[in-house]
Design a protein around this ligand. Structure first.
Ligand code: CP
Ligand code: NVA
Length: 314
């Protein structure tokens, strides 16, 4: 971007001070409470972004991210435009930088779900309006903000608590590692050696003295955990030929009712969804009394509204 102040992007959890993340969560909680009982399509009692437009670029499929950003913008008095990356000139070779410069002339903020984290960074570099990360191959920060909101609604303040990740050390795991570092909770990641979390994310946590560690044994990892978290064993963009081998490696990490018994009393089960029932978690766990997965999905809406408000300085 040339000239002017740098816009407030929301690209990764690690970019932000704990106070900023906490203020966003507080705002999300307040906005959620303020619209209790209203129809979902009704505007907020005090719409925060009247007249604002959000461009949403999707280079990968989505249900939750797409609907929650769209409805969230409407509730705040603005609106969202859905752009399929493959149908944009971006898909025919227009540069990310030029796309950023052009969109900045039409809309007030851009949300992108992209195949490559480098695309997100390039878009942000050349955009004069805020850019929000709606998932990349590296990270999924909006998801983890919703997960922390959900945890705190169910189990109280997250600082000092123990959360356990099971399965693939993927993009969502990276954002969890960053969140553990900034929100001050213990995170144990139970992953096979071949699917360990990002060394960069682990180094970020280690440099800051965070209580983040990788464990090979799922039963040991969940001992005393206040939340057990799973994600798909096969993320968007993963090599299809590796599907069977990944399943074999990840089978010992499936979240079952028995595994949940080893967690703390009252522990919750989280999953960003979409899920593959009977793979990373059993249907019994997903539909059981400890599952908070649909509150978690709903909280994407509330937290992303607060993220957009923060980005736009409202
Ligand atoms: N959790 C999540 O980001 O869901 P979608 O892929 O449906 O947007
Ligand atoms: N790890 C998953 C998350 C989907 C929301 C993926 O990247 O496909």
């Amino acid at each position: 971007m040339s000239g002017g102040a740098r816009p407030r992007h929301f690209l990764d959890i690690r970019d932000h001070a704990p106070e900023t993340l906490r203020a966003i969560l507080d705002d999300a909680k307040a906005m959620k409470a303020a619209r209790a009982g209203l129809p979902k399509g009704a505007p907020d009692p005090e719409p925060a972004l009247p007249g604002h437009a959000l461009a949403m670029i999707f280079e990968k499929p989505s249900t939750r991210t797409r609907v929650s950003f769209d409805i969230g913008m409407r509730q705040m008095g603005g609106h969202a435009l859905l752009l399929n990356g493959a149908e944009m000139q971006l898909g025919r070779g227009e540069t990310v930088a030029d796309t950023a410069r052009v969109l900045s002339r039409y809309v007030d903020a851009v949300m992108i779900r992209t195949t490559s984290h480098a695309n997100l960074m390039e878009l942000a570099e050349h955009s004069s309006v805020p850019v929000v990360n709606g998932l990349t191959d590296d990270s999924h920060p909006c998801q983890i903000m919703a997960d922390i909101l959900t945890f705190e609604e169910k189990r109280g303040p997250v600082a000092g608590r123990k959360l356990t990740w099971t399965g693939d050390g993927n993009n969502v795991a990276t954002s969890f590692i960053e969140a553990a570092t900034l929100f001050g909770f213990e995170l144990v990641l139970a992953c096979p050696e071949t699917l360990s979390p990002s060394p960069r994310a682990l180094a970020f946590a280690a440099e800051r003295g965070a209580k983040v560690r990788v464990e090979r044994d799922a039963e040991r990892a969940v001992e005393g955990a206040d939340a057990v978290i799973a994600d798909t064993w096969f993320s968007m963009g993963d090599d299809p030929s590796a599907r069977e081998s990944r399943h074999n490696q990840l089978a010992p990490y499936q979240v079952t009712a028995r595994l949940m018994e080893g967690a703390a009393p009252g522990a919750i089960f989280l999953h960003c969804l979409p899920a593959h029932r009977g793979e990373e978690a059993t249907a019994e766990v997903m539909d059981g009394p400890q599952s908070a997965i649909f509150d978690e999905a709903e909280n994407r809406l509330h937290v992303q509204k607060a993220i957009l408000k923060w980005c736009l300085g409202v």
